[in-house]
Design a protein around this ligand. Structure first.
Ligand code: NAD
Ligand code: UD1
Length: 336
């Protein structure tokens, strides 16, 4: 069976994807510098799949670190999750984000090419659509970015397209995730943010478990059904499954594939609060706060291209997202 290199495989989406890859019979090598994760996540994944997983600790900005992977393993394809992802931090530390996300990806591609490995699946984001004029969002909508994090995603997409133009033997898939939430149904792996969570779902989960007093709802005067922001929340296991399907199909693609990964349904902040209360049996106190800079009213995908190209569609609904997220949070109140 083919060997897959998973950069950032100790992180939130990477760890869930590794579980599915191993269960499907792939050999996996994780490459991570643990800048935003811990080795414990890999131990938990090993327990879930009942198998030891190869790990090479290193930084995607280091050619020497990456070469160690290719010296030790014959890698068929790379799923590239490694990156920094906090929007606010990217505004404060733009050079760190460009260095890690852009330079890191360029370095990874250089080492891949040198070793004759030219298949890559890249973690992009719905943030590349900026503030869309209409929803649902199709892959051919105009792109823009309002912060350095978003710009790193757009830049890497462009770099990978240029790479393909220069050498069409590359096989490249750009996956644009909407809002990943939830966790593995075992509750043993999940999202473990450092410090105060920036994102809605981990914040709600921490309020439910008593770690935070209340949720600040960022704005209730948007043009949405209840005035709060609407997003396309997607279960992380569905997202992981899309990566599995992309790896299975990558040899069939003869152009750079750009694919939305969402459910096609939008839920407001208050819809999510209610769903989480029902799933957890806990009340989630909240206060209305001012809008957060850079936020948009509504964002949800048209996921039909993913169905057509990958034969993939999201199966898990908001109830399951909340139940699984609560199982992880309540059994691991302090994370890993
Ligand atoms: P995460 O922080 O949990 O995982 C990223 C992993 O990459 C971490 O384990 C981190 O230690 C590792 N890493 C970071 N820089 C590295 C480097 N230079 N060298 C080696 N390893 C490095 O994040 P995640 O939520 O799993 O996101 C994975 C990818 O998906 C990221 O590229 C992110 O930008 C993208 N994405 C995430 C979301 C989301 O909401 N979680 C949405 C859209 C896109
Ligand atoms: C954010 C990022 C986006 C990134 C994505 C995944 C911004 C502006 N956008 O998307 O670039 O790709 O995370 O990492 O940061 N909310 C609250 N209270 C909170 C937290 C969030 O009301 O404490 C609201 C937000 O206003 C929004 C919704 O919940 O309406 C979802 O927010 P969040 O989970 O941060 O995701 P996005 O803003 O969609």
């Amino acid at each position: 069976m083919n060997k897959i290199l998973v950069t950032g495989g100790a992180g939130y989406i990477g760890s869930h994807t590794v579980v599915l890859l191993v269960e499907a019979g792939y050999d996996v090598v994780i490459f991570d510098n643990f800048s935003n994760s811990s080795k414990e996540s890999i131990k938990r994944v090993e327990k879930l799949v009942n198998k030891k997983i190869e790990l090479i600790e290193g930084d995607i900005r280091s050619k020497d670190d990456l070469q160690k992977v290719f010296d030790a393993h014959k890698i068929d394809s790379v799923i590239h999750f490694a990156g920094l992802k906090a929007v606010g931090e990217s505004v404060e530390q733009p050079l760190r984000y460009y260095d890690n996300n852009v330079y890191g990806t360029v370095t990874l591609c250089e080492v891949m090419a040198k070793n004759g490995c030219k298949k890559i699946i890249f973690s992009s984001s719905a943030t590349v659509y900026g503030d869309p004029e209409t929803t649902p969002i199709l892959e051919n909508f105009p792109t823009s970015a309002t912060n350095p994090y978003g710009r790193t995603k757009l830049m890497v997409e462009e770099i990978l397209r240029d790479l393909y133009i220069s050498d069409s033997s590359w096989q490249i898939v750009l996956l644009r995730y909407f809002n990943p939430v939830g966790s593995h149904s075992s509750g043993t792996i999940g999202e473990d943010p450092n410090g105060i969570p920036n994102n809605l779902m981990p914040f709600i989960a921490q309020v439910a478990v008593g770690k935070r007093e209340f949720l600040s709802v960022f704005g209730d005067d948007y043009d949405t059904h209840d005035g709060t922001g609407v997003r396309d929340y997607i279960h992380v296991v569905d997202l992981a499954d899309a990566h599995l399907k992309a790896v299975n199909k990558i040899d069939d693609f003869s152009e750079v594939m750009t694919i939305n990964l969402g459910t096609g349904e939008g839920y407001s902040v208050l819809d999510m609060v209610k769903a989480f209360e029902e799933a957890s049996g806990k009340s989630i106190p909240y206060k209305i706060a001012p809008r957060r800079a850079g936020d948009i009213a509504t964002c949800f995908a048209d996921p039909s291209y993913a169905k057509e190209i990958l034969g993939w569609e999201a199966k898990k609904g908001v109830k399951q997202m909340c139940e699984d997220s609560w199982r992880w949070q309540s059994s691991n109140p302090s994370g890993y």
